[in-house]
Write a protein that binds this ligand. Structure first.
Ligand SMILES: [Mg+2]
Length: 174
């Protein structure tokens, strides 16, 4: 079986939306999603809020009960029949995320065994045939084929192949 490594944030888990939620809660400002075009959330807020917003992912609860990226559950439930699927996330950067990420995976992807979950730092340690990720930096030293999953921040990033949705991942692999 070929092996596919799949990222969490902005690929199967909607962490970006948590920034919008917390920012609105803290400052009462609702930012339209479209502003995110080609940028990460901390770059679109008021300059005086930037330092605090940048630290959100390190705070307790940021990764708790995130939304699920549309179509990921359905497509991955089919992929596991034909491929070895690993969830690979650079979670070590955010120590408070570990328990919540694991709980989240058990809740929304219960058919993925703990043996197929990799919480890591540098993803170049991952050995797989394909890696589906929204950050091309993880492809630099990856020996397999990196597949860029479209997110607002990477719209202008030059990478091929790219997939815009889980439907497109299904079309590519199933
Ligand atoms: Mg990601």
């Amino acid at each position: 079986m070929k092996r596919i490594a799949i990222d969490m944030d902005e690929v199967i888990a909607d962490a970006e939306n948590r920034f919008f939620e917390w920012y609105e809660k803290d400052y009462g400002i609702k930012i339209p999603m479209e502003k995110l075009h080609c940028r990460h959330f901390p770059e679109i807020v008021d300059e005086q809020h930037m330092t605090i917003v940048k630290k959100y992912p390190w705070k307790e609860g940021f990764f708790k009960d995130l939304g699920v990226i549309k179509g990921s559950q359905e497509v991955i439930s089919e992929l596991v029949k034909k491929y070895e699927i690993f969830i690979t996330t650079a979670a070590m950067e955010f120590p408070n995320s570990l328990v919540h990420k694991l709980e989240w995976l058990n809740k929304y992807f219960p058919y993925i065994s703990w043996q197929n979950i990799v919480f890591c730092g540098d993803k170049s340690i991952i050995h797989a045939d394909y890696m589906i990720d929204d950050s091309v930096r993880h492809f630099k030293r990856f020996t397999g084929q990196g597949i860029l999953f479209t997110a607002p921040h990477n719209i202008n990033v030059d990478w091929n192949p790219r997939v815009n949705s889980w439907k497109e991942v299904g079309d590519m692999f199933l």
